[in-house]
Ligand binder design. Structure first.
Ligand code: NAP
Length: 283
């Protein structure tokens, strides 16, 4: 039997169909007003502009509105904080996303921290992360939360399994590790200073590549029957795992494209719809 394809594109479509109905209910209860996701893009990085556009398109598909704030490359931290404050205070905005990365003169942590918890639909604040890690109610970072949705949809078991996460970024590797831990996986987190990485990966029942380097995790590091989560998205497009050579021996894998990417966007939109429902006390 061939490996199971963890089809994020198909599941994202299913999620969007359900969201369309929930947005309709929100509109009925709020005099026709749809929830709004505000995205802030600082600078002119073409990849970031594409991501922001894709998020806006996804909002439109579920009947939601999006508000794009585009700030110039030289924006200061103070100017960015002022924009965030305005969106925090705007009652029509339910979700607020600051597109990462921001230009280097900006204190990205300070900017993330400024986002109100109830509008932090991408789980970037320390409080949001901390609550998620403690198993309390909070929106998880969209990419790892989307990965967990995908694994759940395909009934991938976690309990007692050894999950190895390669990468420890605040938006991906670290929250994914906490989410897997909360679901009773035994988690190892690897990073650029990890020694004997191939040997650690060889022990993984679930391996997550979140490195940002094309095909960095080699097929011959992957155990027979493992589940591969390839969160990487590099030009090509190719992921962070040497997927083509690993497919024949794994149990299941996320394709690139069509795996983690669509789930990230669907999760972000779903969390904004939830924020809209909470604002109306219907969630
Ligand atoms: P990031 O912030 O650059 O973090 C990369 C992580 O990889 C860091 O923790 C780094 O370790 C680790 N790393 C780098 N070189 C390594 C090495 N030689 N051995 C082991 N670990 C190493 O990247 P990110 O934002 O998490 O993104 C990771 C990947 O996911 C990228 O391909 C990105 O495009 C993709 N991504 C996709 C989506 C989506 O929606 N599909 C969303 C977000 C990200 P240190 O901490 O020690 O530096």
């Amino acid at each position: 039997m061939g490996a199971i394809i963890l089809d994020g594109k198909a599941l994202a479509k299913e999620i969007e169909r359900e969201l369309l109905e929930r947005v309709e209910i929100i509109k009925q209860k709020s005099g026709g007003r749809a929830p709004i996701l505000a995205t802030i893009l600082v600078g002119d990085d073409p990849a970031s502009a594409t991501y922001v556009r894709m998020k806006g398109n996804a909002c439109a598909r579920v009947g939601m509105e999006s508000l794009k704030i585009i700030l110039h490359q030289e924006t200061t931290t103070r100017q960015l904080l002022e924009e965030i404050d305005k969106l925090n205070e705007n009652p029509d905005v339910h979700g607020l996303l600051l597109q990462h990365p921001v230009p280097e003169q900006i204190d990205e942590r300070a900017a993330f921290e400024r986002i109100k918890l109830e509008k932090d639909v991408d789980g970037v604040t320390c409080l949001g992360f901390g609550r998620m890690a403690m198993g309390e109610s909070a929106y998880g970072s969209a990419t790892p939360a989307g990965i967990m949705k995908l694994l759940d949809h395909y009934r991938i078991p976690f309990k007692g399994k050894h999950a190895v996460v390669v990468g420890r970024s605040p938006i991906l590797g670290k929250p994914l590790a906490m989410m897997l831990l909360n679901r009773h996986a035994t988690v190892t987190v690897c990073h650029s200073r990890t020694q004997n990485l191939p040997d650690i990966v060889r022990q993984a029942d679930i391996i997550a590549g979140a490195v940002g380097k094309p095909e960095f995790v080699k097929a011959d590091w992957i155990k027979e029957g493992a589940v591969i989560i390839d969160a990487g998205y590099n030009p090509g497009p190719v992921g962070d795992v040497e997927l083509s050579a690993a497919i024949h021996k794994c149990y299941a894998y996320t394709p690139v494209p069509g795996g983690v990417g669509p789930m990230t966007i669907a999760t972000l939109i779903a969390q904004t719809v939830e924020a809209g429902e909470k604002a109306l006390s219907i969630a």
